[in-house]
Design a protein around this ligand. Structure first.
Ligand SMILES: *[C@@H]1O[C@H](CO)[C@@H](O)[C@H](O)[C@H]1NC(C)=O
Length: 338
């Protein structure tokens, strides 16, 4: 489904991508010499990953769909359809640099009116893989609730994997799973560097907090992330579980930039969800989603104090609050283990 022309386009984008077809290079001694991190206590075995899909530039409008219905998370946003988003300059693809997906930052709105924004979903669905997302910048600011995530059908039964998520002026990323019945996080089984926030992954009866970790790094979300020219979030989803890694721009492993990713060389994940007390069948046919909503179920209740003292609604009305409410996406790649 994913076209050769997209791969070809990506080859033209960047010399970093010149290895797209050179899978055999992963095990050269030169590569191994750069393995300077301590081995993970889990995933000791090396997996060989092959690039399946490279999304960059125009592929975000050709191979992803623009969701333009009411926000299911009740945000004060107006998600634009593809043509409208492009025309408004809120979806700007770029084959020679980051593509931007932003929130309108020029229109004054009345109270309660939704602000124009973008939510895109990959047309392709996945049942596992290594997902590598390289962002130069992410949306931040009072009332914003950006996310990069995977979601399966008949929510929450097909599962939800939240790889990048937070609200307002947060600086620490949150990694969360939401599932159907019978899934808990046993965080004692594997070493991770994140802090466990909750262990009940099941969404039911309006309790939708999920099982989650926060990243201890202040570079992992928001202003700190952006000040460092962003970085990479890598998610391994295989038969043993789901593990997430974050690398600030200057810490990105060489094997990621070389397109020969080897998670066994990356040290401990920041968040890890073993398929033990939660089985693999809670996750299926998942699409990737990139969006920025405003207020709603999470951000709406998180303003009114601290660094965001006004009501969420007041922030949404004023366009000057959205100067930094944009994703700048270098690429999102999906690899398969074979
Ligand atoms: C508004 O958003 C556009 C698109 O992201 C960006 O280029 C521009 O710098 C922003 N302007 C202001 C004043 O925030």
């Amino acid at each position: 489904m994913h076209s050769f022309s997209v791969l070809l386009a990506s080859l033209l984008v960047s010399p970093l991508l010149a290895n797209a077809f050179g899978h055999g290079n992963a095990l050269t001694p030169a590569h191994k010499r750069h393995r300077n991190r301590a081995p993970s206590t889990y995933q000791k075995k090396r997996a060989s990953y092959t690039l399946e899909d490279m999304y960059t530039g125009d592929s975000f409008v050709n191979d992803w769909s623009f969701f333009s219905e009411a926000d299911p998370t009740h945000g004060t946003v107006n998600y634009l359809a593809k043509d409208a988003a492009i025309q408004a300059g809120l979806a700007v693809t770029n084959n020679d640099g980051p593509s931007t997906f932003s929130v309108d930052n020029s229109t004054w709105l009345g109270s309660g009116q939704g602000r124009n924004s973008v939510r895109i979903t990959s047309n392709k669905q996945y049942n596992g893989g290594l997902f590598i997302a390289d962002f130069e910048k992410m949306p931040t600011g009072c009332s914003t609730w950006p996310a990069f995530w995977l979601v399966g059908p008949s929510w929450p039964n097909g599962g939800e994997i939240d790889i990048v998520e937070g609200v307002n002026v947060n600086t620490k990323n949150q990694y969360t799973l939401h599932t159907g019945d019978g899934c808990t996080l046993d965080a004692t089984l594997r070493v991770s560097t994140g802090n466990v926030l909750g262990s009940n992954c099941v969404s039911s009866n309006g309790d939708n907090s999920g099982c989650a970790y926060t990243d201890p790094s202040e570079n992992s979300y928001g202003a700190g992330f952006n000040d460092n020219h962003g970085g990479v979030y890598a998610t391994v989803w295989d038969s043993e579980g789901i593990s997430m890694y974050f690398f600030s721009r200057c810490d990105i492993p060489e094997d990621i930039d070389n397109e020969t990713p080897d998670p066994s060389s990356w040290g401990s994940p920041v968040a890890t969800f073993p398929f033990t007390s939660c089985t693999a069948d809670h996750f299926s046919d998942m699409s990737m989603v990139l969006d920025t909503t405003l207020c709603g179920d999470w951000a709406g209740g998180a303003t009114g104090s601290g660094d965001c003292p006004k009501s969420c609604n007041e922030y949404v009305m004023d366009p000057t609050n959205f100067a930094t409410a944009a994703w700048e996406v270098n690429y999102i790649a999906v690899y398969q283990n074979n």
